[in-house]
Design a protein around this ligand. Structure first.
Ligand code: HPA
Length: 235
């Protein structure tokens, strides 16, 4: 048990999928896992452990933003010895070729600041995905009928942006989309020698101002969960 995760050590699998929304964790566990049981309810940040194709997997909500992600990833890594952490969430598209419902797989996550920034001071650390997970996720996405984009994303500290100039700079440098958690996840995985990846579905578009109606979110969320599970357990 930790401050934020009320589970015994054995309750949590080596591989953890992390949606921001705890109800998405519940939905994904009910939809994709067998023998799933709830292993965390502290602060309503639900977590479930079950089996996917015979592999033990936990799906634990991370909350929104890097400070919240940092709490759950730190505890999963340091107290539960989790080896593989895959964020499954949504992002806002920043390039015209990317459409709503597409999948974005983050090779890198640029950020203005993470909870870990104080370690690096004036150094610009480059948070990046685990290569094997990235390769397996790209291969998995090709088995599904969904357009997938692989490249850099931007992990922002704000949803309601006070610095639109940063979005413009990101777009000019080919960043695919914006979300709020991946950079800290990648930084923690690097620090503790774990594997991390972030797979996102596009829920809104910064260039066109479209967003995905809620009744269409489930289907694209399902594609992303499948990509994440196949990346974690290829073959
Ligand atoms: N900004 C930040 N985070 C997000 C967005 C966005 O537009 N869409 C989904 N997560």
């Amino acid at each position: 048990m930790t401050i934020h995760i009320g589970a015994a050590k054995d309750d949590i699998a080596d591989t953890v999928l992390m949606p921001g929304d705890p109800y998405r964790a519940k939905w994904a566990a009910e939809t994709f896992l067998t023998d799933a049981r709830c292993i965390n309810e502290v602060r309503g940040m639900l977590g479930f452990t079950g089996l996917w194709n015979g592999h033990r997997v936990t799906i634990q909500g991370s909350g929104m933003g890097m400070p919240s992600m940092s709490i759950y990833a730190n505890e999963l890594i340091r107290d539960f010895d989790v080896q593989t952490l895959i964020r499954i969430g949504s992002c806002g598209a920043m390039q015209p070729q990317i459409k709503l419902r597409d999948i974005v797989i983050a090779m890198t996550a640029t950020t203005y600041g993470t909870p870990s920034s104080s370690i690096f001071r004036d150094l610009n650390f480059a948070p990046c995905a685990d290569y094997d997970l990235l390769e397996a996720a790209v291969a998995a996405s090709k088995t599904l009928d969904v357009a997938t984009h692989v490249g850099g994303i931007y992990s922002s500290d704000t949803f309601y942006d006070e610095r639109p100039d940063l979005n413009e700079a990101m777009q000019r440098h080919g960043i695919l989309g914006v979300e709020m958690e991946a950079a800290e996840l990648y930084t923690l995985a690097a620090r503790y020698g774990r594997r991390a990846l972030a797979v996102m579905t596009v829920s809104d578009h910064l260039l066109t101002s479209e967003d995905l109606p809620s009744d269409q979110r489930e289907r694209s969320f399902g594609d992303m969960v499948e990509v994440a599970l196949k990346a974690a357990f290829p073959g």
